[in-house]
Unconditional design. Structure first.
Length: 218
């Protein structure tokens, strides 16, 4: 299998994998974020290359300007000495390097524009990445809440929760009856004790009365 066939096979497998995860919003959101991160890495790598190329062209422009100036001074000296042949050679080389200088400056300007565009793209992708991260956090929160509700619903269906509620109601009613019975028993016990106390007190009063009558000769 050739390399292009292998690449096609990998791309097809990735596509099938993405389709399999299509129903999972969290997986899809993470996939989108990974794609954005890959694009940011590629853009940064390209920007690094452009900045390095710009530095190279800065050096070429500087060196070429020095050559142009040097050839111009050599031509001036040759003219002063009456050496027209040498002056022509110097001017010829000067013109050649002037054209090179113009080409280098144009290419450097193009590289600078490309670097600026890449930098803007990196900023744009970084903003998108941050936005997607925030949305992913929100999706995770919603997904966890939905999963908790789903698990709660599966563990305790509505008829089960109704059954539990009714069971607690019966327990409350039973406790209430126990409390009412205990209260009634306590009231009865208190009344019986009061009656006994009254009887005991009556006997004591009668005994005191008999003693009083006896002392009075009655």
């Amino acid at each position: 299998m050739g390399i292009f066939g292998r690449v096609k096979e990998i791309a097809s497998a990735d596509m099938h994998s993405m389709l399999d995860r299509f129903e999972d919003p969290i997986s899809m959101a993470k996939q989108y974020i990974r794609l954005i991160e890959e694009q940011i890495d590629k853009a940064r790598e390209a920007l690094t290359g452009q900045l390095a190329a710009e530095q190279q062209y800065d050096l070429l422009v500087l060196q070429t300007k020095e050559i142009v100036n040097k050839r111009f001074r050599q031509a001036e000296l040759a003219v002063d000495r009456g050496e027209d042949g040498i002056a022509e050679l110097a001017l010829q080389d000067k013109l050649h390097h002037q054209k090179l200088l113009q080409t280098y400056e144009e290419q450097r300007d193009l590289i600078r524009k490309q670097a600026a565009a890449l930098n803007e793209e990196i900023v744009r992708l970084a903003d998108i990445h941050q936005e997607l991260q925030s949305k992913l956090f929100f999706l995770l929160s919603r997904a966890h809440a939905a999963r908790a509700l789903e698990e709660s619903a599966s563990a305790f269906p509505s008829f089960e929760t109704d059954k539990i509620t009714r069971g607690f109601s019966r327990m409350e009613e039973r406790v209430w009856r126990m409390e009412a019975g205990a209260h009634a028993y306590r009231q009865t016990s208190v009344q019986s004790q009061d009656e006994l106390n009254r009887l005991d007190q009556h006997d004591e009063v009668r005994a005191e009365l008999e003693k009083l009558k006896a002392s009075r000769g009655k």
